[in-house]
Write a protein that binds this ligand. Structure first.
Ligand code: F6P
Length: 320
């Protein structure tokens, strides 16, 4: 059986990554393995920025946002020289398997390492929920709840001033946060990159509903659309209703993980080590039909995730 494994977090941090590191560490130790924490993503593997993790060193982190292992995007690792350096380091320190917590970019690195004989298992960790093979990515629930809390506050001030609040939430390539936080906060309109939108129509609807007594408006914009200040400006011009734009930004990446994020991170961390213990690598842990499963990394990377169009349509139908 594999004796030493590593764990790293890579790409954007996400609340719940610490819970996953804790689960990986404790599951592996309970199976008699040694666990190394690789810091700052793949950089740590190339530079040897590695620490031993014990049951106690992962105490008191389950409730913390961010990642105790730090994270980074590693440009050197995208080159074959970088991958070779990492493989050399693994051999030097006897690292036989690695759990990689991150997004698609991080899984590509895990596939490269797996191809060179280092067993790697990916765990989906990103607030965007934009990993195709899985219904859920660690951090998503916390991020949506943070966005919701912020929009509830913005609604107070929009209501007080009879204004329109244009709120931009994260999701560079996917509008999942926008749709779900949008329906949950009762947004008047949700603008995401997956669906066409027309500012003339939105302005018209705002004016119609004003007549029926609606005084303030929340327009949820996904980061992939960008230009939320411009959207606010245009809507103000077209409707005469004062509009303000707020970009929530990185606040959505922080904070104590929700129950859902802690539970799923714990399940996925445990599952990843079970795979490594069986000598299985080149896999991504995923959630399908609410159960934890796994996919070949290349297969996972080639999958397409459907957009939640039904939810988007419901949100719009009940918005006015
Ligand atoms: O992938 C998570 C995410 O927060 C995206 O929603 C956002 O576009 C991106 O990361 C921001 O990256 P950075 O922290 O490097 O600015």
């Amino acid at each position: 059986m594999i004796k030493t494994i590593g764990v790293l977090t890579s790409g954007g941090d996400a609340p719940g990554m610490n819970a996953a590191v804790r689960a990986v560490t404790r599951t592996a130790i309970s199976k008699g393995m040694k666990v190394l924490g690789i810091r700052r993503g793949y950089n740590g593997l190339i530079n040897g920025d590695i620490i031993e993790l014990t049951e106690r060193s992962v105490s008191d982190i389950i409730q913390k946002g961010g990642t105790c292992l730090y994270t980074a995007r590693c440009h050197e690792f995208r080159t074959s020289e970088g991958v070779d350096l990492a493989v050399e380091k693994c051999k030097e320190i006897g690292l036989e398997g690695i759990v990689v917590i991150g997004g698609d970019g991080s899984f590509r690195g895990a596939a490269d390492l797996s191809a060179k004989g280092i067993l790697c298992v990916g765990i989906p960790g990103t607030i965007d929920n934009d990993i195709s093979c899985t219904e859920y990515t660690i951090g998503y629930d916390t991020a949506m709840n943070t966005a919701l809390e912020m929009v509830d506050k913005l609604r107070d001030t929009a209501q007080s001033h009879d204004r329109c609040s244009v709120v931009e939430v994260m999701g560079r390539n996917a509008g999942y946060i926008a749709v779900n936080a949008g329906i949950a906060c009762g947004a008047t309109e949700i603008i995401t990159q997956e669906m066409p939108y027309d500012l003339d129509n939105i302005a018209k609807k705002m004016l119609e509903t004003r007549k029926s007594g609606k005084q303030h408006f929340i327009i949820m914009v996904s980061e992939g659309i960008g230009n939320s200040s411009e959207i606010a400006h245009i809507l103000q011009e077209k409707t005469g209703i004062e509009a303000r734009a707020t970009i929530l930004g990185h606040v959505q990446r922080g904070g104590s993980p929700t129950v859902r994020d802690r539970v799923i991170a714990s399940q996925m961390g445990h599952y990843a080590v079970e795979l490594l213990a069986q000598g299985i690598g080149n896999r991504v842990v995923a959630m399908q039909n609410n159960s934890i499963t796994d996919f070949d990394i290349q297969e996972a990377l080639s999958m397409k995730k459907p957009f939640e169009e039904d939810l988007y349509n419901i949100a719009r139908e009940i918005a006015f």
